[in-house]
Design a protein around this ligand. Structure first.
Ligand SMILES: C[S@@+](CC[C@H](N)C(=O)[O-])C[C@H]1O[C@@H](n2cnc3c(N)ncnc32)[C@H](O)[C@@H]1O
Length: 298
């Protein structure tokens, strides 16, 4: 359906244990939890978690009836499934954000945390997300901010060649991008979102501060400082709450998946371990509780 930009592949990665569990990142985890709580509606129906990884944030969506965890990596989803279990509240979907396998207008809400920074074509990814959402749906997006204080100082003292104030993304490592807040706002507006709230997060992400100050104090200071995101954004991480404005129709009653290759729906579910597209005849695997829409089955 669309060209496929490259994917930052987490297959087999120990991201959750190495980066979060053993990586001294309690501060980042707790301040992200606060931002999410502030931005996400307290209750809702169906929520799509894009780039869910090992499900670190999923327990934070407790007010939603059903959550679809979507990630490109099957092994990340397996870890999430181990952590969260097989309750009917969770559906595990391996798919590419650039080729989402859902009928348009399906979800009441979506979140995308620490995932946009892997998108080589961020506007295209945001358009795909927008299509899956109902009119009025809420989208919570976290992105890595190129205009952060550290980058500004490094640029001012000629320790960094790229300009933190220019609008284009900066790829600081392969398939890792920082974005300018103004560029992200423009992309969101172009695809029909209205940004309602902006929080700046992780003001004190500095090894020295984390060593010197108690965790609780840092978290409380960040919690207060987050509100300043309304006026300026100089933190490494920014959270926005955006809402779908007009132009979208809700999904037809009872429809859920579509073929990510040709867009046809409904998919035929007569086989237990596959969904089949009656238009292009591709088959999509269901294995160990995970729907797999990355590559069609042979
Ligand atoms: C840094 S991790 C964040 C995981 C989780 N959101 C969190 O905050 O703990 C980024 C996740 O995005 C997923 N991802 C990257 N590119 C993707 C794509 N094109 N489609 C679907 N998932 C993707 C990766 O597999 C990985 O699990």
């Amino acid at each position: 359906m669309t060209d496929r930009p490259p994917v930052c592949d987490y297959e087999g990665s120990d991201y959750q244990t190495a980066f979060w569990d053993a990586g001294d990142r309690q501060y980042e985890d707790r301040v992200e939890e606060i931002a999410l709580r502030r931005l996400l509606p307290a209750a809702g129906g169906l929520l799509l978690e894009l780039g869910a990884g090992a499900g670190r944030n999923t327990p934070r969506y407790g007010g939603f009836e059903r959550i679809v965890l979507l990630d490109y990596s099957r092994t990340q989803l397996q870890q999430a499934r181990q952590r969260l279990g097989d309750s009917a509240r969770y559906l595990y979907v391996a798919a590419d954000i650039y080729r989402l396998p859902f009928v348009p207008g399906l979800f009441d809400a979506a979140t995308m945390i620490r995932t946009l920074h892997h998108m080589a074509n961020a506007p295209l990814a945001l358009q795909q997300v927008r299509q899956t959402l109902k009119p009025g749906a809420v989208f919570i997006l976290e992105f890595a901010n190129k205009q952060n204080l550290k980058a500004i100082l490094r640029y001012a003292f000629r320790r960094q060649s790229w300009n933190p104030f220019s609008l284009e993304p900066i790829e600081f490592a392969a398939l890792n991008f920082d974005f300018h807040p103004r560029a992200v706002r423009a992309w969101l507006a172009e695809c029909g979102f209205e940004v309602q709230q902006t929080l700046t997060v992780s003001h004190f992400r500095m090894a020295l501060l984390k060593r010197l100050l108690p965790l609780g104090l840092l978290v409380r200071m960040d919690s207060l400082a987050q509100w300043s995101g309304r006026w300026w954004q100089l933190t490494p991480s920014v959270f926005v709450r955006a809402q779908v404005k007009g132009g979208a129709a809700p999904a037809p009653e009872g429809q859920f998946f579509r073929c990510p290759e040709c867009g046809h729906f409904p998919l035929n579910n007569e086989e237990v371990d596959h969904l089949r597209c009656s238009s292009c005849d591709r088959r999509w695997r269901i294995r160990d509780g995970i729907y797999d829409f990355r590559e069609a089955a042979e």
